[in-house]
Design a protein around this ligand. Structure first.
Ligand SMILES: [Zn+2]
Length: 80
């Protein structure tokens, strides 16, 4: 049977918890990226006031609910 010294025991717990945190961070990040990619396809950013809104299923130009400017559907500006 293998005996761990106190230092090895603490190191094992530290490394194990770091790996756990990394795994959870990657899982939550991947889930968030998926949700954002799905909703970003329906989002439009106003070219005048940069207000971001969901434009729904309508086609063509949509009016910004903030300032009323007409925006092309799916146009999210040049800055991303
Ligand atoms: Zn606007």
């Amino acid at each position: 049977m293998m005996e761990l010294s106190l230092t090895e025991w603490v190191l094992t717990i530290l490394v194990g918890s770091m790996v756990l945190v990394l795994v959870f961070a990657m899982i939550s990040r991947a889930a968030r990226i998926g949700v954002e990619a799905r909703s970003a396809s329906r989002r439009t950013r106003c070219r005048l006031c940069l207000h971001v809104f969901e434009d729904g299923p309508s086609q063509g130009a949509v009016a910004c609910p903030q300032c009323g400017a007409a925006n092309e559907k799916g146009c999210r500006g040049g800055l991303g």
